[in-house]
Write a protein that binds this ligand. Sequence first.
Ligand SMILES: C[S@@+](CC[C@H](N)C(=O)[O-])C[C@H]1O[C@@H](n2cnc3c(N)ncnc32)[C@H](O)[C@@H]1O
Length: 264
Amino acid sequence: MNKPVGAITRGTTAHNRLRRCDRWIAAVHGRRLRAVDRPLVVDLGYGASHVTTLELFTRLRRVSPGVEVVGIEIDPARVAVAKPYEREGLSFRLGGFELPVSRPPVLIRAFNVLRQYAEAEAWHYWDVLRGRLAPYGVLVEGTSSENGRRAVWVGLSSRGPETITFSARFDAFERPSDLADRLPKTLIHRNVPGERIHTFLRDFDHAWAVSAPYGVHGARQRWLAAVQALAGTWPVPTRPPLGGAARWRLGEVTLPWPAVSPRD
Ligand SMILES: C[S@@+](CC[C@H](N)C(=O)[O-])C[C@H]1O[C@@H](n2cnc3c(N)ncnc32)[C@H](O)[C@@H]1O
């Protein structure tokens, strides 16, 4: 076997850390998984424990009973630790960005992996990974806090980045721009005046501030009001599966990637 492409990095992970993103994947991309007989899903860089891969498997089996999940890790010791947890439809193997799988995945989840690479590498591996997708497949690449209460992820098709999603528990932030510390590597250095992501977070903070009166009914109502206000000036999808109250009430908002993409 050739050497896996990439580098071993910190293996930090936790139970339910990626729950917010899994929930979004099931709701937004469940139909994509059901459209295929034995859809293959790759969880790239699952870390020191198999737990988030098992959770992804369990959640996706509910919406797509034929789904097969392969956890790929570049650290052989972490693969050995995960192997005993294999079962029908769930396996773990050694590998890197080359993705050692026998057929193209319909979905690749890579969470808290690319943030540990340089920005230029992150752009490059976006291209590499989306090039490995099955037709109509999706790459979900994101970053979360250690307990998963704040997360930002990008959805990419084989053509390139398509969506960006911001997601937070209501008690895990003071203002929406607190999520800036979870931006993907491709955006984190772009959160400066003149860049779209910076303008968006500034406007989101403003919408949050002017929606303060809704806070008497709870942070959820305030978030709903703030996102609705944002949708007046930003291209926030307002209908399912990407938008609408059913998603926003979870402390989530998705935008088309071009709304926040870097200017150069
Ligand atoms: C911080 S952990 C993230 C674990 C889990 N995905 C989560 O979000 O909780 C990052 C893991 O990605 C692995 N990793 C880094 N580059 C990789 C690559 N190119 N291919 C496979 N695994 C990789 C690291 O070895 C590490 O175990």
